[in-house]
Design a protein around this ligand. Structure first.
Ligand SMILES: CC(C)(COP(=O)(O)OP(=O)(O)OC[C@H]1O[C@@H](n2cnc3c(N)ncnc32)[C@H](O)[C@@H]1OP(=O)(O)O)[C@@H](O)C(=O)NCCC(=O)NCCS
Length: 208
């Protein structure tokens, strides 16, 4: 597999002092809204625990930094920066580390009905083979995972990333961005969580 993934329940995350560095604790304390605090902490715990278990690093000897774009990177002992992604929604936070390629993108979304105006804004007609909540939620989670893989988030138009008959296609600024990153072979995987959430993972597979 091209990545490692960890999903945590927000109400099972340990105390911030148990796993954040001094600098991270300083950032954590600046958040005023409890929900944001919990999600931010949950994402960092999911990621650090994953790196601890997989690479055997000490949890307090690694740090999650955000680039100016908001994209997270994991700084591990020895100074290496690993490509990672974080997402949070409702009761969950998840994180992934790319083992191949230069990037990874994750997104969790609650399965729920969306308004016709939102659907029109986010999708091309050709992508919508069903208007069911699970289908559209999955489609949206896949788009956000790709946006995060590209490292730009919603600064790009979501209709510049399309899943035509399920196949990923780029246009406009997303195509430029993808080409600038060396046209990586991005593959998408989707997991259902508790029947209430969709988790999409955009990772890079080597071309053969
Ligand atoms: C990235 C984005 C699509 C996240 O969407 P979301 O579904 O609301 O939130 P999620 O929980 O799935 O993801 C949030 C995580 O995405 C990550 N992220 C943020 N910006 C990112 C980017 N440009 N590329 C990749 N990942 C990004 C962060 O790790 C963030 O969690 P954290 O703030 O706790 O570290 C959205 O925030 C966005 O478009 N951001 C870019 C534009 C922007 O305003 N950046 C602000 C820079 S501070």
């Amino acid at each position: 597999m091209a990545y490692r993934l960890n999903i945590v329940e927000l109400n099972k995350v340990p105390l911030a002092e148990d796993f954040l560095t001094k600098r991270e604790l300083g950032i954590y304390k600046t958040f005023k809204i409890d929900k944001r605090k919990k999600e931010w902490l949950g994402g960092r715990y999911a990621l650090k625990k994953l790196a601890c278990d997989f690479f055997n690093f000490d949890i307090k000897h690694m740090e999650v930094n955000n680039l100016p774009s908001g994209q997270p990177v994991l700084l591990v002992p020895g100074g290496t920066k690993l490509p990672v992604s974080i997402t949070h929604s409702g009761a969950y936070a998840a994180a992934a580390i790319a083992l191949t390629g230069q990037a990874i993108g994750l997104d969790i979304e609650v399965i729920e009905q969306r308004s016709p105006a939102w659907i029109k804004q986010c999708f091309e007609e050709s992508e919508i083979s069903s208007k069911s909540a699970p289908f559209l939620t999955e489609l949206w989670a896949k788009k956000e995972a790709v946006l995060k893989f590209l490292g730009v988030g919603l600064k790009l138009s979501c209709t510049d990333i399309n899943f035509v008959f399920g196949k990923l296609e780029f246009k406009g600024k997303a195509l430029d961005m993808w080409a600038r990153q060396g046209s990586p072979n991005i593959t998408l995987q989707v997991q259902n969580l508790q029947g209430s959430y969709k988790l999409a993972i955009a990772s890079e597979e080597p071309r053969f």
